[in-house]
Design a protein around this ligand. Structure first.
Ligand code: PMP
Length: 312
């Protein structure tokens, strides 16, 4: 087994089927369709520690729960728990673990026990929270490859749905990048346009404008991407969503990868060709700083994006 991100020992309590249980006691059936047929959808998001307020602030909880509702509807689950129930489970789990550091929250909903490919119940759910610091390459950035694997198509295994099954495609690209000594991968669509990476979306800067593949480019409708699109304009950084061609990657003046895990991580090269100077760019830095202020609650702006955990 190899893992670079192991915080199991920090997890005391998880929520399973809407009840708190010790992590070691949370189990699902080995014949659960969630496992055997990947009948599982999930969400991943962060809560940021604000030392001054001594509080954890969940970033865009409501938007993540809304996206989960869409994923659950596509999976056609029997009567899954409501947004309110999940919000309550998440708060309870975070409080029970008493985390006082940046935390990652994984919420998953699946078909449990026993069943076929088409089973729609019984529905199980779990909330697992663990400390998760910022990625090591946040400042320095990473080099990316364009993967030889194509991104899941809208009519095959839609990326808009946050389903564990989609991550087989992501894994293939991630392993390819790892074999090549790259920090990450970007996948193209079948028509050769740019999709996204295994676990994040992409922005490139051309002529002073940040461009990101649009929501019909086989991407997950990333909440980090949406946040960046919203905060860029007021900083004087124009933002555009459109189809992106592969060769545009090689013309980019700056580029970054974004998502809950990476937040905003500079991309320093594509296929060995340096992006701009080969160093993280100034506009990427500006977005990182503003993003950090917002997620951490160092500003009152966008207060509705932050849900306090201990002082609500
Ligand atoms: N694309 C994929 C495939 C992802 O797994 C993620 C991470 N959830 C993202 C994009 C980024 O989405 P978000 O900003 O909502 O975390």
């Amino acid at each position: 087994m190899t893992t670079t991100d192991d915080s199991r020992s920090d997890i005391k309590w998880v929520s399973q089927n809407n009840k708190l249980v010790p992590y070691a006691e949370a189990k699902i059936s080995i014949m659960a369709p969630g496992l055997t047929f990947a009948a599982l959808v999930f969400e991943g998001f962060r809560a940021y520690w604000n030392a001054e307020r001594e509080d954890l602030l969940i970033f865009r909880l409501e938007d993540h729960l809304k996206r989960l509702e869409f994923s659950m509807a596509l999976l056609e689950l029997d009567d899954p728990p409501s947004r309110e129930t999940f919000a309550k489970d998440i708060l309870e789990t975070l409080r029970a673990n008493e985390f006082r550091a940046d935390t990652y929250i994984r919420l998953q909903v699946y078909v449990d026990e026993w069943g076929s490919m088409n089973s729609t119940g019984p529905v199980g759910s779990s909330v697992i929270c663990r400390p998760r610091p910022r990625v090591a390459n946040f400042q320095t950035g990473q080099n990316f490859i364009v993967s030889t694997w194509r991104r899941n198509g809208e009519n095959a295994s839609p990326s808009r749905m946050k389903a564990s099954g989609n991550y087989l495609n992501s894994r293939l690209a991630g392993l390819e990048a790892k074999r090549q000594g790259a920090g990450g991968a970007i996948m193209l669509n079948d028509d050769g346009t740019v999709g996204e990476g295994p676990g994040g979306c992409l922005f490139i800067l051309r002529d002073g404008v940040f461009i990101t593949p649009d929501v019909t480019s086989n991407i997950l409708e990333s909440i980090t991407r949406g946040t960046i699109l919203e905060i860029g304009g007021p900083l004087g950084i124009p933002m555009v969503e459109r189809t992106v061609g592969r060769t545009e990657l090689y013309l980019a003046e700056e580029a970054f990868y974004c998502g809950t895990g990476q937040e905003i991580m500079p991309i320093t090269a594509f296929d060995g060709k340096p992006v701009g100077t080969g160093e993280p760019g100034p506009l990427t830095r500006k977005l990182q700083i503003r993003f950090d202020e917002i997620v951490r609650g160092a500003t009152d702006d966008h207060d509705d994006w932050r849900t306090p955990v201990y002082k609500s």
